[in-house]
Structures are given as structure tokens and as C-alpha cells.
Design a protein around this ligand. Structure first.
Ligand SMILES: Cc1ncc(COP(=O)(O)O)c(C=O)c1O
Length: 379
């Protein structure tokens, strides 16, 4: 790495997060790690530590993501969550990938062309995204699947996943699958990170899809801002969150370095279009990261040697901050880490953590730390 802007991933903590989840919620057989979009921005190098922690199935969005993952993980089952186009079927078969089916015509086409592939059937319980809503179609697919076109699993994605919404969607699932016997399907996975802690396991569920929780984010553990509390109260109505029993930690830190330092005299401007108008003499540092590295770049401030410095300008590749005499060229700069949590940064940027994490682009190298090993990966 020559440009010292990088993400650091603590792989031991990732492994421990998963062990902690499995220890406290040990009633599932399949722990499906959702690693779409380069493992929520953490990088697919993380996957091997997830497997060490106990993940025994993986899920990604697309065939492209699945193929990249299969390149590094030869044996673990991989489910593609989005239905794939027919022209991708042969390559999916060749790479032992599991597909999602949510359409009767598509199922019939695979049946007619005698494709030999494992699939999970997706049910739509309320999001109106992917999934079947019609119970007769569900029965037809279940009845006509066979050892070649093999129905390995059935699932839905819950929209809100808590309180009354959860009950409504659970009832929808039970209704849409009422003509089939769920016990005859090897993997039934309804739950995701949020619902794991908020509800008891459903009797027919034996798998859980773990996404954001693996990376250290769960509900109720954080001191939420008054804005977030108000938002939760208004949007979640009367539903209250069950307090978390999980001891999880986030695993991602984001750093850059002071590249240059400049004195700016009173009356000069900083940035395009008079972005910052100096009223008095200031000292600024130029940092080598911008919105091409991290979309929600304006997180107001950064930390250098545990001291806070305000951001005054962001560009595609560069950010400027006001500094004092303590800052030197080459100093390490925390964009988020020990002083600025990802939660805090996401609140400042007014984005949820999913968006914040996945907006760190692949231009930023990821540095993986596991015990004494350090490995740098460019995606
Ligand atoms: C189908 C599906 N399952 C599971 C997940 C994981 O969700 P979460 O990160 O909330 O656990 C996602 C994430 O978007 C998803 O689309």
C-alpha cells in the first residue's frame, strides 16, 4: 500500500462475534452468513474467519459475487439470493452454487431443460421484492421438484421483523406454505439479524441468515441519539426491543494519513467555489481520501492522536481539516475507529450503518488482522 488510506478488519473479533451468537442461540442447524457486497464492505477475505467461528452456509446477491466467493471457498454451500438469469445456470451448476427460485415459469423452464441444480424457494411475505405469494404455485414447485432440480430450502425476507409486523409476516409465511409440509424441506430460514434476538425460534425454522449482526451491530446496545430514539418510537409504534444478551464488537476501522500541511491566511479560501472562507489564519492538513473512497465522506470530524479535528472540505480524492501545531505530516488519522464509532459516523452522515459500510469503495485496501498475522488485500 502506497497511499495510506485503508480499512482495518479485526478478524479475531469477527470469529468471536459468531461464536458468541452461536453459543447464545444454539438451536439452529444452518448459520447462513450473508456476505453480499463484499461482506458488507468488509471484504470477502472475512469469510474464512466466519467459517472458523461456525458459519456453515453463505449467501450473496448475484452469480458474479458467488463466483468470486467460490474461487476462495471451494466447499461451503453458497446461496444466491437474487434469482439469476437463465444464461447463468450452467456456470452456477459447474460451480456448485445454490440458486433462488421465485417464479413458476422459470422453474418449469429448468424442469423442461433437465437442469441439475439445488435451489431454495423464496416466499414474499410482505416486502413485495422477490418471492412467491401464491400458495398453489408454491405447492406446484414443491411437488414437481426432484433429485435433479432439488429443493433444498425455503425462505423469506422479513421487512420489519419485530412486533406486530413480525406476526403479520410470519402468518403470511404460514399461509403461503399451508399446502406443503415444511418439515420435508431440508432448510427453512426465515430469520435475519434483527429477528434473532427479538423472537423465539419458529418451530419449523432450522436456519438463520446472519448479516449485519456478524459485523458487530445489533439492537439496543448503543446509546442512540434522541433523533434515532424518536424515529424508532414513531416508526416502530408500540413495539419495544428486547434487550440484547450478546456481547458483540464492531470489527472495522477506517484510517488515513496526513499527507500535507498548509498555512492559510485570513481572507483566503479553501476548496472549489469558495467552499471555506477563512476569517482568521488557520493551519490545514490535506488527507488522501475523498468521496471516491467513501461516499458519505462528510462525517464532520476525524481524530488524530485521540484529538478531534474538524473537516472543512471534501473532494473526490481528498479531504481537508483544520489542525493545530500538534499534527505532523505522516500522522495516522482515524475516520472511524476507537474515537468515532461507525454508529456515530452513520448518525452524522444521516445514513444507516448498512449504507455507510457499503459506501467504502474497493479503491480502499483492506488490512486483515488475525492474531499475529497481517494481510493486505486490494479488491
Ligand atoms: C435476503 C436477505 N437475507 C438476509 C439479509 C441479511 O439481513 P441483516 O443484515 O439485516 O441480517 C439480507 C440483507 O439485506 C437479505 O437481503
Amino acid at each position: 500500500m502506497y497511499r495510506k488510506t485503508y480499512v482495518e478488519i479485526d478478524c479475531e473479533t469477527l470469529e468471536n462475534n459468531i461464536k458468541e451468537i452461536k453459543e447464545k442461540y444454539n438451536q439452529y442447524k444452518y448459520y447462513i452468513g450473508v456476505v453480499k457486497n463484499n461482506a458488507y464492505g468488509h471484504g470477502i477475505e472475512c469469510v474464512k474467519y466466519m467459517i472458523k467461528g461456525g458459519i456453515n452456509y453463505l449467501a450473496v446477491s448475484s452469480l458474479e459475487e458467488a463466483l468470486k466467493l467460490r474461487n476462495i471457498e471451494k466447499d461451503i454451500p453458497i446461496l444466491i439470493l437474487e434469482p439469476i438469469s437463465y444464461e447463468g445456470i450452467d456456470i452456477a451448476i459447474k460451480n456448485n452454487l445454490t440458486i433462488t427460485i421465485d417464479d413458476k415459469k422459470y422453474f418449469d423452464l429448468l424442469l423442461k431443460t433437465k437442469k441439475n441444480i439445488k435451489f431454495h424457494l423464496k416466499i414474499d411475505t410482505g416486502m413485495n421484492r422477490f418471492g412467491l405469494k401464491n400458495k398453489e404455485d408454491v405447492k406446484y414447485i414443491v411437488d414437481n421438484s426432484n433429485d435433479n432440480l432439488y429443493l433444498e430450502g425455503i425462505y423469506t425476507q422479513l421487512s420489519k421483523g419485530i412486533g406486530t409486523e413480525f406476526i403479520r409476516e410470519k402468518n403470511n409465511f404460514e399461509n403461503i406454505t399451508s399446502l406443503i409440509d415444511l418439515n420435508k424441506i431440508p432448510i427453512v430460514h426465515i430469520e435475519r439479524s434483527l429477528t434473532l434476538e427479538q423472537h423465539n425460534k419458529l418451530p419449523y425454522d432450522n436456519g438463520i441468515r446472519l448479516g449485519i449482526i456478524m459485523y458487530g451491530f445489533n439492537k439496543k446496545k448503543y446509546n442512540l441519539s434522541w433523533k434515532r430514539k424518536l424515529y424508532n418510537r414513531l416508526t416502530l409504534k408500540k413495539d419495544n426491543f428486547v434487550p440484547s444478551i450478546l456481547n458483540l464488537k464492531t470489527i472495522l476501522k477506517f484510517y488515513t494519513t496526513v499527507l500535507e500541511i498548509k498555512d492559510v491566511v485570513s481572507g483566503e479560501i479553501v476548496g472549489y467555489g469558495d467552499l471555506y472562507d477563512t476569517k482568521k489564519e488557520i493551519k490545514i492538513a490535506i488527507l488522501p481520501y475523498g468521496f471516491a473512497d467513501f461516499l458519505f465522506v462528510n462525517t464532520n470530524y476525524v481524530y488524530i492522536n485521540n484529538k478531534k479535528y474538524n473537516i472543512i472540505a471534501n473532494y473526490m480524492d481528498v479531504t481537508s481539516i483544520i489542525i493545530d501545531d500538534d499534527v505532523k505530516i505522516g500522522d495516522k488519522v482515524e475516520i472511524f475507529g476507537d474515537n468515532i464509532s461507525i454508529r456515530k459516523a452513520s448518525e452524522i452522515a444521516n445514513q444507516n450503518v448498512y449504507k455507510l459500510l457499503t459506501s467504502i469503495t474497493n479503491r480502499v485496501p483492506r488490512v486483515y488482522k488475525y492474531k499475529k498475522e497481517i494481510k493486505e488485500v486490494e479488491y
